[in-house]
Design a protein around this ligand. Structure first.
Ligand SMILES: NC(=O)c1ccc[n+]([C@@H]2O[C@H](COP(=O)([O-])OP(=O)(O)OC[C@H]3O[C@@H](n4cnc5c(N)ncnc54)[C@H](OP(=O)(O)O)[C@@H]3O)[C@@H](O)[C@H]2O)c1
Length: 356
């Protein structure tokens, strides 16, 4: 894991990106990252969630659901959005932690409206229950932030018997988005305000090659490699955003979908790895990492910035457009993944066998 993080960081720093017509090294991006120089949006790697949403005029009367808001980037995103007047719904598997986060946010923004509800993203049943409870509240839904994430060192299976990281990071968010999409479309059409879906991905998505992205194998890997599984789930998060963006564009509805890489941030996602070596590595590279407020900036930008109006199907990092891997750009792959997931979920909700 430490090696993987170092690899991710190196990649981030070098600004190595694949370009559709070949691979090039974008040293300009590395310099920008290190110096925090702004990109075309006016923001860069050192911008924080608060800075990129300062003065936004969109946020009153908006309702957002943020998954994984009990810690790290999600908790900071929730704090910033609440400060900007967005009503929050926080689905959490750990209600106690969610209540703590709510208390902290209310201390800073006493006017904030925050609803906590139970949901475990690794369980289809739990997601369905959350969605029907949310719909029964009769609230609008403008923003869906698919932020929760997990990294498992060892193979673990979800209650639905799928590999836990893929189940949580991708399958759970897929189902959540499916069950909430019509509410978002309806909200956008009645209010005239654009709906926004944001999937948290990662630069590590680019470690996955075509041969390493087989749906049935990702559901139940024959050999387990925690880093590969995490990277696959993050690639799936981008393909998912791109495919829904395409479908929404085709339907001509006012809802966008984008994927973001938050940067490398020392959060609970490496909690399985807490130990001397991990702590030492983070200490040594700490000046190169983003802080949590910086890590939340691209999500906050995608959720609230007026510069993002009408922008859909993109992959962003440091609050700017970024090119993702060729595989992540592959529309056919995105469509195939969507169809396979759709079929899986349909079958799962009816019977119990898929990829036997
Ligand atoms: N940190 C980084 O360097 C980095 C880099 C690239 C991408 N990302 C992405 O950024 C996102 C946020 O990560 P983070 O760094 O802020 O990690 P984090 O501090 O570990 O937060 C992860 C959140 O996900 C929630 N979660 C995990 N499994 C869940 C489940 N089954 N049901 C519901 N909630 C669940 C956790 O809830 P509990 O409190 O219940 O555990 C927690 O609130 C993730 O998608 C991650 O992949 C992070």
């Amino acid at each position: 894991m430490v090696k993987s993080m170092a690899r991710g960081l190196t990649k981030e720093l070098e600004g190595v990106e694949k370009v559709r017509r070949g691979r090039i090294m974008r040293y300009g991006d590395a310099v920008k990252y290190l110096m925090g120089l702004p990109g075309a949006s006016g923001y860069g790697s050192k911008s924080t969630g608060e800075e990129v949403t300062e003065g936004v005029s969109l946020s009153c009367n908006l309702t957002a659901i943020i998954t994984g808001a009990t810690s790290g980037i999600g908790a900071e995103t929730a704090r910033v959005l609440a400060k900007r007047g967005v009503k929050l719904v926080i689905p959490a598997r750990d209600i106690k932690r969610a209540v703590e986060v709510k208390k902290i946010i209310l201390r800073e923004s006493p006017q904030a409206e925050i609803i906590i509800m139970e949901m475990d993203l690794s369980s289809f049943d739990s997601i369905q229950t959350f969605c029907s409870n949310f719909i029964s509240l009769g609230l609008p839904l403008n923003i869906l932030i698919n932020n929760a994430g997990k990294y498992n060192q060892r193979l673990d299976l979800s209650g639905d018997k799928f590999e836990m990281t893929f189940a949580t990071n991708y399958l759970g968010h897929y189902l959540l988005t499916e069950l909430l999409l019509e509410k978002m479309v309806q909200t956008a059409s009645t209010t005239g305000i654009e709906g926004r879906i944001i999937n948290l991905s990662s630069v590590v998505h680019s470690w996955v090659g075509r041969g390493g992205f087989q749906f049935c194998n990702m559901l139940n890997p024959k050999e387990y490699n925690g880093t590969l599984v995490y990277a696959q789930s993050k690639l799936a998060n981008i393909l998912h955003a791109k495919e829904i963006a395409r479908q929404l564009r085709e339907r001509k509805v006012k809802v966008t979908a984008n994927a973001v890489h938050p940067g490398i941030v020392n959060t609970g996602i490496i909690r399985d790895y807490k130990g001397l070596i991990t702590d030492l590595t983070f200490f040594l590279v700490s000046r190169l990492l983003k802080s949590i407020p910086q890590g939340a900036s691209t999500t906050c930008y995608a959720a609230l910035s007026s510069q993002m109006i009408g922008v859909s199907g993109r992959y962003l990092a440091d609050c700017n457009d970024r090119i993702c891997s060729n595989l992540a750009e592959d529309e056919k792959e995105a469509q195939k993944l969507w169809e396979e997931t759709h079929a899986l979920i349909q079958k799962r909700l009816v019977s119990q066998s898929y990829c036997a």
